[in-house]
Design a protein around this ligand. Structure first.
Ligand code: ATP
Ligand code: MG
Length: 349
């Protein structure tokens, strides 16, 4: 890239000028035009602590990190001073394509970037689109349908219990304990609540009652690998009714226990990991992702959703927690993401 110091051969110099793309929760909270809405509307945005941790890890690895932020600020900085690599975990704002905004700008300007490309980020944020792609690859997904209001519920042909969730949110936005429903009246209430609060379609699915596992994956192509699979188990709730909901995630220390490896027999664990890796490949995720899987009543693993921008808070991010349980530090996660991107873009030594 033009920003590289002259005279240095990029293939011999692994120290990169890395721009960090992110969206800070506190900055979105301060925007007056976003003052109204459900109290979890900024749930997926990042804290200074996470950005600082990523910057510190990049420095420790010998790179030269700088904070680019997100939105317009990112675009202006990318035009004025394009970095050699963007470390991207900007969530974007406003639409189901929001996670694709920063990578689309990078693609347009020819700036290499970590994590998945715009198409994968948009496709995975819409949970129904993601399931369609994963199911087309022959992988198991829960039966479900997208509705645009409670009046469409009568036509659904799905078993009970069910769960209702916003079609294109993350970090359990809109997902509460009450999201698991056993009858038509409760489902109609949930669909009304979600439609009113989020102003977007609602995904209604058959509720999978078995063990829940989230699988961390790093790398690309044949070298994509499972870092660890982590069972997310309720401490308080009954397993069959457990929803890894907003209430639970906000109080995770009291509400859940994590098991690495999951308490599954070897064959089932293998099936969970194979499903997650196959979904990662079907969705063409790059560098890193976390895939959520849950067993159905018969013990068969099903794909729930993919997180190609997994939370990177070193203390609370599920990817960081599961990696930590198998002895992989935060710096090692950042290193693996950057190295995977360097290799893809042919930037390294
Ligand atoms: N079909 C389902 N059957 C059973 N439980 C489900 C189903 N879909 C979602 N859940 C529960 O709801 C939780 C949140 O759903 P999901 O992972 O789709 O949302 P999210 O907000 O995108 O999550 P994340 O915080 O991982 O981004 C899951 O972890 C799981 O506990
Ligand atoms: Mg999830």
């Amino acid at each position: 890239m033009s920003a590289r110091r002259p005279g240095l051969n990029p293939r011999l110099d692994p120290r990169l000028d890395i721009g960090i793309a992110f969206d800070l929760k506190r900055e979105l909270e301060a925007r007056p035009e976003l003052a109204r809405g459900p109290d979890d509307r900024f749930e997926e945005y990042d804290s200074d602590a996470t950005v600082d941790a990523v910057a510190a890890a990049l420095s420790e690895l010998g790179h030269h990190p700088r904070r680019m932020g997100g939105g317009r600020k990112f675009v202006e900085e990318a035009l004025a001073r394009p970095p050699e690599l963007v470390f991207n975990f900007a969530e974007g704002h406003g639409t189901r394509s929001r996670e694709a905004h920063v990578p689309a700008v990078c693609e347009m300007l020819g700036i290499p970037f970590t994590h998945s490309d715009p198409l994968t980020l948009a496709a995975t944020l819409d949970k129904s689109v993601a399931k369609t792609i994963v199911a087309a690859a022959g992988l198991a997904v829960p039966r479900g349908a997208v509705v645009r209001g409670a009046r469409e519920l009568a036509a659904l042909d799905l078993g009970w219990p069910r769960i209702a969730k916003p079609l294109f949110e993350g970090s359990s936005m809109g997902v509460r304990r009450s999201s698991r429903v056993e009858d038509a009246a409760a489902l109609a209430r949930e669909v009304e609540r979600l439609s009113n609060d989020y102003g977007e379609p609602v995904l209604v699915e058959e509720f999978l009652e078995g063990t829940e596992v989230t699988v961390g994956i790093l790398g690309n192509g044949p070298r994509a690998r499972v870092v660890a699979a982590m069972e997310v188990a309720p401490k308080v709730d009954d397993q069959k009714r457990f929803v890894y909901s907003l209430e639970v995630k906000r109080d995770w220390e009291n509400q859940v226990e994590y098991h690495v490896p999951p308490r599954l027999d070897a064959g089932t664990l293998r099936a969970v990991e194979t499903l997650a890796l196959s979904a990662y490949r079907a969705l063409e995720c790059r560098d890193v992702a976390r895939i959520d899987v849950r067993l159905d009543r018969a013990g068969r693993p099903c794909f729930i959703e993919a997180n190609p921008l997994p939370g990177l808070n070193p203390r609370t991010g599920d990817l960081c927690v599961l990696a930590g349980r198998v002895g992989i530090s935060f710096v090692e996660i950042v290193r693996a993401i950057v190295e995977a991107a360097i290799e893809r873009h042919n930037l390294g030594a």
